[in-house]
Structures are given as structure tokens and as C-alpha cells.
Design a binder for this molecule. Structure first.
Ligand code: HSE
Length: 399
């Protein structure tokens, strides 16, 4: 019997209990042992809940109980999650977490402690919800130099942009809808401002390069400035707007960015809608691969957490090597990144051409007093210089 403790009985924590209950037999078979939830740590009580008796409020009980072999961190946020997880690892307890904020900030250190202790710190659910991507990067794709990872890594914003595109709904209404479905973070600013996707691409890039990529170094733009008119322009171009998190290996090093992009139908991520996430990976020998699935929500995320518990059960007292050192990776400056840009301006066509050279005009019936156009490919730096010379209402990168 493997006894576990769950920290946090919210969406993910209760999902883990549900998955362990629903698939108890097959999970026990695959883990080689039964998994029993001994404690659930939460500030609240849950009268009437079948797990009511397992709920405790004192973390010391878990940290000091030698029977607990696995701690499932599902609280979210950096503190007190970091303090609890570090203490668990130092006490020789394996940990799995769905917490991207924790992994992005302290992943390298926690991985190193797990290695020293010959135990495991696993975090499959921290990126892409139920989609396997951490394990594939750490085991299946190790023959490759990964040259690009581009993903739709936030279910909430993808759901919102899809609803805005297909149903013409307003930003605020779709946000409430996404929250009520359990997709959004406790503070949805993290979703709509791109901070959640930023931490996820920081984790993926750290795994790809084997060094610490600080999320603070990643240029991040959210979707709060995307309007119904932008969506009309996108439709006129036959494109969709998606919040992409991307990192690429160039001759100068790695660069990473989170921002809304315009995608054409040929792009592999064009058809990824609703709460789904997808991660496009390009390896130098593999070529292209895509990972697609449920990127947020209670059961998909819990599925990934429970799969980590099974992996831990299969590797008790044996560390699964994860290559992610605390040595900092300096990213290539964002100003050097290149793309085409879609621009909306109140200036006339002549002025736009004078500043940007040849441009492709985009017209949307009913939108007056402005023009929309596509530039040629240029660096961020060149674009910013030119954009200062005209009044820009909106600019969206094109991939
Ligand atoms: N709020 C996150 C999302 C949850 O919408 O993708 C999964 O990390």
C-alpha cells in the first residue's frame, strides 16, 4: 500500500481523489500497489464529503509521518507550496505537483533535491493539463535537439478566443463562462495577461535546454487588448487569433515569447479550439510532432497528477533523471525576433506605405476611420521604430 497526502482540496486535489477512486483497480495494477489517500491538507473543513475524515489543517502531521511516501501538491501559488514541497523532499517523500508557478520558479532546486534523495519530483500536470509533454520531452525525445516548441498552453484564453471567434461574444462574458467551468486560475489575470502561459513555456524551455530559464525574462503579452474588431480583421484575412507561447533555438541562442498571433489555416495550431491545448515540437532529427488534448480542468489535470503518482510508485527509491540545472540561460533579446505584423492605424494608406514600404491592405466592411494592413517580415526592433511614426491602434504578430 502506498500512502499519499494531498495538499489542497480544490479543483485539482478533489480531481485526484476522484480519479484514484474511479480507476482504482487499473491504477493499482499499473503502479504495482494500491494507492491510499491518508491525508488531505486544507484550511477548510468539508462536512458531508466522503473524504471528510482525512482532512487535516496541520502540515507537520504529513511531513512527520513516515508512512507518507508521496505528497501531491495541488495548492497553487509559490508559497506555502514551495516550503511544503521542499520539506517533503528533504524528508524523503516523493512529490508530484500541478503547480506551474512553483515549478517555473524553483523547479531546478527541487529536481536537484529529489536527485540527492534518490526520490522523484514530477510535474507532468504543470504544463498542458492532461496532455503528456513533460515526460515525452524527458524520455521519448531525448535523441533530438529541440529547435522549436510552440504551444497553445492556456485553456482559459483559448476557450475565450474561440468563443469570441465563433459566437461573437464579448471578452467579459466568455471569461465568466471559463471561470465557471473550472478552467481559470484563482486570479484569472494570470490567464488573460499571459502569465500562466509564460511560466509554462519557461518550464518547457528549461527542459529543452537543460538550464534555468527565468520566466521574468520572457516577453509576455496577454489577450486583454484583443477586440471584436480585431477578430473581424482576422476573419477577413482567413486567419484566427491564438495566444501562443513559443521558444526557438537560433544560432544566437534561445528566445521565447508569449503573445497573441494571427495564424493561417496551414498552421498546425490553427484548429486547436475551446479549452484544448496543443504543443508543436520540432526536433532536428525527429522533424515535427504535435501533442494535443485537454489543457485545463479538474479531471484532465488530475489524470496527469495520478500518472505521476503511478510513475513514482514504479520508481520508489530510484530517481528519474531530469536534466534541468540551476545555471541560468540568457535568452536572445526580443528585439531581434522576426515576424510579419498586422497593423490597424488611423493614418491613410500613403502614410502606411511611406513608413512600412509595401504593405497588404485588409478591408473589413463596417469598420471606418482606419485601415488595416500586413507588413513584410521585420525584426521587433525595426517594427517598433516604424510604428512610432504613425498612430497604431493595434498590432498583432503573424506566424
Ligand atoms: N488556468 C489554466 C488554463 C489551468 O486555463 O490553462 C491549467 O494550467
Amino acid at each position: 500500500m502506498i500512502k499519499i497526502a494531498i495538499l489542497g482540496y480544490g479543483t485539482i486535489g478533489s480531481g485526484v481523489v476522484e480519479v484514484l477512486h474511479t480507476n482504482s483497480e487499473s491504477i493499482a495494477k499499473r503502479a504495482g500497489d494500491e494507492i491510499e489517500v491518508k491525508y488531505i491538507l486544507d484550511l477548510r473543513d468539508f462536512p458531508g464529503d466522503p473524504m471528510e475524515d482525512k482532512v487535516i489543517h496541520d502540515y507537520d502531521v504529513i511531513a512527520e509521518d513516515p508512512e507518507i511516501q508521496v505528497v501531491v501538491e495541488a495548492m497553487g501559488g509559490v508559497e506555502p507550496a514551495y516550503t511544503f514541497v521542499k520539506r517533503a523532499l528533504l524528508a524523503g517523500k516523493n512529490v508530484t505537483t500541478s503547480n506551474k508557478a512553483l515549478v517555473a520558479k524553483h523547479g531546478a532546486e527541487l529536481i536537484a533535491i529529489a536527485k540527492e534523495q534518490s526520490i522523484n519530483f514530477l510535474f507532468e500536470a504543470s504544463v498542458g493539463g492532461g496532455i503528456p509533454i513533460i515526460r515525452p520531452l524527458n524520455s521519448s525525445l531525448t535523441a533530438d535537439e529541440i529547435e522549436e516548441i510552440t504551444g497553445i498552453l492556456n485553456g482559459t484564453t483559448n476557450y475565450m478566443l474561440s468563443k469570441m471567434t465563433f459566437e461573437g461574444l464579448e471578452f467579459d462574458d466568455v471569461l465568466k463562462d471559463a471561470q465557471s467551468r473550472g478552467y481559470a486560475e484563482a486570479d484569472p489575470t494570470a490567464d488573460v495577461e499571459g502569465y500562466d502561459a509564460c511560466r509554462k513555456i519557461a518550464i518547457l524551455t528549461s527542459l529543452v535546454c537543460g538550464q534555468q530559464v527565468d520566466f521574468e525574462d520572457i516577453y509576455t503579452e496577454g489577450i486583454t487588448k484583443i477586440t471584436a474588431d480585431d477578430i473581424k480583421y482576422a476573419k477577413a484575412m482567413g486567419k484566427v487569433i491564438k495566444l501562443l507561447a513559443t521558444s526557438k533555438k537560433t544560432e544566437e541562442g534561445y528566445y521565447a515569447m508569449v503573445a497573441p498571433f494571427l495564424l493561417s489555416p496551414q498552421h498546425p495550431l490553427y484548429s486547436v479550439n475551446d479549452v484544448f491545448n496543443a504543443i508543436f515540437v520540432h526536433g532536428n532529427v525527429l522533424g515535427d510532432a504535435m501533442f494535443y488534448g485537454s489543457g485545463a480542468g479538474k479531471l484532465p489535470t488530475a489524470s496527469a497528477v495520478v500518472a505521476d503518482i503511478v510513475d513514482i510508485a514504479k520508481h520508489l527509491h530510484k530517481n528519474i533523471l531530469i536534466s534541468w540545472s540551476s545555471r541560468k540561460m540568457d535568452l536572445v533579446a526580443k528585439r531581434k525576433a522576426e515576424s510579419r505584423f498586422f497593423v490597424r492605424t488611423t493614418e491613410g494608406q500613403m502614410q502606411a506605405k511611406e513608413v512600412f514600404g509595401e504593405v497588404e491592405l485588409i478591408q473589413v466592411p463596417g469598420i471606418d476611420g482606419e485601415i488595416g494592413f500586413l507588413t513584410g517580415i521585420m525584426t521587433e526592433e525595426a517594427f517598433e521604430e516604424k510604428a512610432e511614426k504613425i498612430h497604431v491602434i493595434q498590432r498583432i504578430r503573424v506566424v
